[in-house]
Design a protein around this ligand. Structure first.
Ligand code: SF4
Ligand code: SF4
Length: 327
């Protein structure tokens, strides 16, 4: 195996879907396995933390890291892989922007612990004990990873060289990313390994979008029978395609579900939610403030709609409350 580039694949705070997405590249995985020496992939191979620790710094060609940073274990692993790797790829929406688990930044750690360990109807915890980072039991010190006050995107904890968004990233972009690394044909550091256009630019339904959209009412997707070939926005259904990077293959649109933004902002835009608010403001068709409010009030859970995948990396970052402290 000597001479092959070493690759590590690691799962931090995520659902596991990104690890599955690597397997979903089907037979191409055999080519990857042939071309590289996988030195860490906890979900598939039995390498341990100390095996990586013993490697020379910079001896791993590429670390593919999915999931966000939610606890001290994630932070330690991210920092170890950064030290050992020449390149780090943030893989999937959780690593790139915080992902859907990043919506937890709307709650304090206390809120979350109260619900999970005390208030949820299925909890049986008569002693009301909560997880502790350190406890002593019969003279033995026991430790657990420390749960942080907020979720972080990967680049808020370590330097990231490349980004591959999606929830999870699609097979064609994963294959392209591996090829680019193996062939040394990578774009400048900091690049996102996905097209630079907005989803609307590649969406078939764009042809049905009127030159001037005028929204007089906002409908939620479960309240209507959406026309299968017509732009969602033209039907008054919010679709994040105008502010989201393309590259997903329109998988949601193709099954008649509007875009929810898992590819993050288009090139050059920092905050897709803010961009979307600005676009929405320009297409709401109402003169009176009262009427504007009536229409906008139809958007339930604004943050969940506009920042579903990106609260930690957005300009919002987390709920502003004095009880949330920096860890
Ligand atoms: S990006 Fe999506 S698929 Fe990947 S770990 Fe996060 S939630 Fe799961
Ligand atoms: S708003 Fe949505 S449905 Fe309309 S063109 Fe853009 S991506 Fe397609």
């Amino acid at each position: 195996m000597a001479g092959k580039p070493r690759v590590a694949i690691c799962w931090l705070g995520g659902c596991g879907g990104c690890d599955e997405a690597v397997v979903d590249i089907n037979e191409a995985i055999l080519g990857v396995a042939e071309a590289v020496d996988i030195v860490l992939w906890p979900v598939a191979l039995d390498y341990k933390y100390h095996h990586v620790e013993m490697m020379e710094d910079g001896s791993i060609a590429l670390s593919v890291i999915n999931g966000n940073v939610r606890n001290s274990d994630h932070e330690e692993m991210a920092k170890l892989l950064r030290r050992k790797s020449q390149l780090v790829l943030a893989f999937g929406a959780c690593a790139c922007f915080g992902g859907t688990p990043g919506l937890a930044n709307l709650r304090t750690k206390r809120d979350i612990f109260d619900w999970v360990y005390r208030d949820a109807p299925t909890v049986v915890n008569p002693e009301k004990s909560y997880p502790q980072a350190k406890v002593s039991s019969n003279g033995t010190a026991l430790t657990l990873p420390e749960f942080y006050e907020q979720v972080y995107s990967l680049n808020q904890v370590i330097e990231v060289d490349y980004y591959l968004p999606g929830c999870p990233p699609p097979p064609d972009l994963i294959i392209n990313a591996f090829k680019a690394v193996l062939e040394g044909k990578l774009p400048p550091k900091g690049s996102t390994l996905a097209p630079h256009k907005a989803l609307c630019d590649t969406c078939e339904r764009n042809k049905t979008k009127p030159s001037r959209i005028a929204i007089r009412d906002i409908k939620r997707i479960h309240q209507v029978e959406a026309q299968p070939n017509t732009c969602f926005l033209a039907q008054g259904i919010l679709c994040m395609g105008i502010a989201t990077r393309t590259g997903c293959g329109e998988t949601c649109i193709n099954i008649n579900i509007p875009c929810r933004g898992c590819f993050g902002p288009v090139e050059g835009v920092k905050d897709s939610g803010a961009k979307y608010v600005s676009a929405l403001a320009s297409i709401i068709d109402a003169e009176e403030e009262k009427e504007v409010r009536r229409i906008v009030d139809k958007v339930c859970d604004e943050v969940g709609y506009l920042y579903r995948f990106s609260v930690p990396a957005s300009i919002l970052r987390k709920r502003r409350a004095s009880e949330i402290e920096e860890h």
